[in-house]
Every structure is written in C-alpha cells, then in structure tokens.
Design a protein around this ligand. Sequence first.
Ligand code: MF3
Ligand code: CO
Ligand code: CO
Length: 271
Amino acid sequence: MMEHRGRQTKDGIRIYDPSDFEGMHAAGKLAAQILDEVIDHVFVGQTTGAIDGVITQMIEDAGAKSATIGYKGYQHASCISINHVVCHGIPGDKKLKDGDILNIDVTVIVDGWYGDNSRMYVAGKLPRKAERLIDVTHDALMRGIEIVKPGNTFGDIGHAIQSFVESHRMSVVTDFCGHGLGRVFHAPPNVLHYGRPGTGAVLEPGMFFTIEPMVNLGRAETKILSDDWTAVTRDKSLSAQFEHSIGVTETGCEIFTQSPAGKFHPTYSRD
Ligand code: MF3
Ligand code: CO
Ligand code: CO
C-alpha cells in the first residue's frame, strides 16, 4: 500500500489536516517560550555562545529536539545575528556590547512537528535608529500575516511587506526567504518578502509556512562570510528580522509561535 502523504497543490505545497494544527501549536509554543525565557540571558558582556548553551539546555529540558543541530552541518541550537549580520550568525565567544541589536532564531521539533521562531533583542540601551528599524521589521511581518487568508496569493504577502518597508526608506533582503514547514524544516513554497499582488501560489487552508522578513537600514545586498553561514549586509548597515510560523485557516491564519508572555515585540533586554 502507498504511504499516505496528504494532499499537495500543483506547486508542491503540502495541505495539512485540521488535526495537524495541534502539533504545530505545541512546537511553535515551545520555540516562543524559549525566546521569552532567553531575555534574562541577553546583557552587555554576555557571549552568544552562552546564550546558545542556555537554549540547548531549555530544548533538552522540554524533552524536544533542536532542528538546527546537525542541519547541513550546522552545530548550534540557535542562530544569533548581531547588528549588520542579516541571518545565520553562528554563536561563539563574541561578547555583546552596549547598544548591540541581535536576532535569535530557534527551531525545535516536538513530536515530529517543527516550530521556527525568531525575534529581536538588545544589549543595554536600544539606539534610536535601531529601534526604528526593529519596529518597521516587526510591523512588516505583521502586515504580511494580515494578508494571509484563502484566495490571496504569496505575491500579495510579499508585496505587503515590501511596500511597507520601502515606504519607510528601508530595504527588504531578497537573498533569503520564508519557507513551508510542518513535518519537515524547509519545504515548498519559498515565501518571498517582496513581490507583485496577485502573483504566486494561491493560499489554501492547511498550508503551513514561515514569514521571516529581513530588513536593512541601508541597501538590500548581502554576502556570506568565509564560515559559509554568516550573512551580512554588504554596506555594513544594520539589519533586523522577525519570524513566525503560521497555518492558513478557512478565514485567515493561526500563529503557531505566539509568545506566551506577549514579549515578541517591543525589544527586550535584561539590562
Ligand atoms: N531557522 C532558520 C530559518 O528560519 C534556519 C536556520 S538553519 C541553520 O529558516 F542551520 F542555520 F540553523
Ligand atoms: Co524559518
Ligand atoms: Co528561523
């Protein structure tokens, strides 16, 4: 007998069942809870390696698994991207300085379901221009999420994000995108954070994916450092990112990675 793989659209996007939302909520909630609790470990003088160590422990304590440890050779439970690092910053012995902004991105596996979530933090005092960047990036994600309902398209989501960001004279990164997820970490479609209304696949109930816009204060161009992971802005301008994992419902969407403590935004620091 053939293995039951569920329905897929012509674009290869898997359609999950209503009963699958529960597993995604559990995975998303753990990822969000970890990002809530990590606030106490973000402060001036702290290393990103120590923050990653805490995250590794929290995942283990929850009886869950890290999706990133061992993923394409990556060895950490989080990506921590400071200032001009756009994404995929590798935790290490670098110490946080006053005014550094950082994205912490955690993906966990709970009972085979993937929860992928990231948000911004600050060490010490949040500089004014960084605050503006972070606010625009958060609001861009939320503008994108507002568009999510059956009948709208992925191009509609990208357009909402891009037009909002550009109205604030900032740049959307086009070199990285969101992704389908569920029983796997990265699946179709590529969720672009730019685009034209009405283009791309049509949203259907049961689609699970991330939206995770990266926004730069300067130009959009990025490059990857020689460690083969760390992506930075070419012009060294500040970059920010927020990520939610969501599922399309009959009337809109559910956010799997909602912060239990309501601390997704604004930006928190222990200091
Ligand atoms: N969590 C990242 C994402 O949003 C992927 C990180 S892959 C890693 O898709 F290997 F760099 F951890
Ligand atoms: Co993601
Ligand atoms: Co992520």
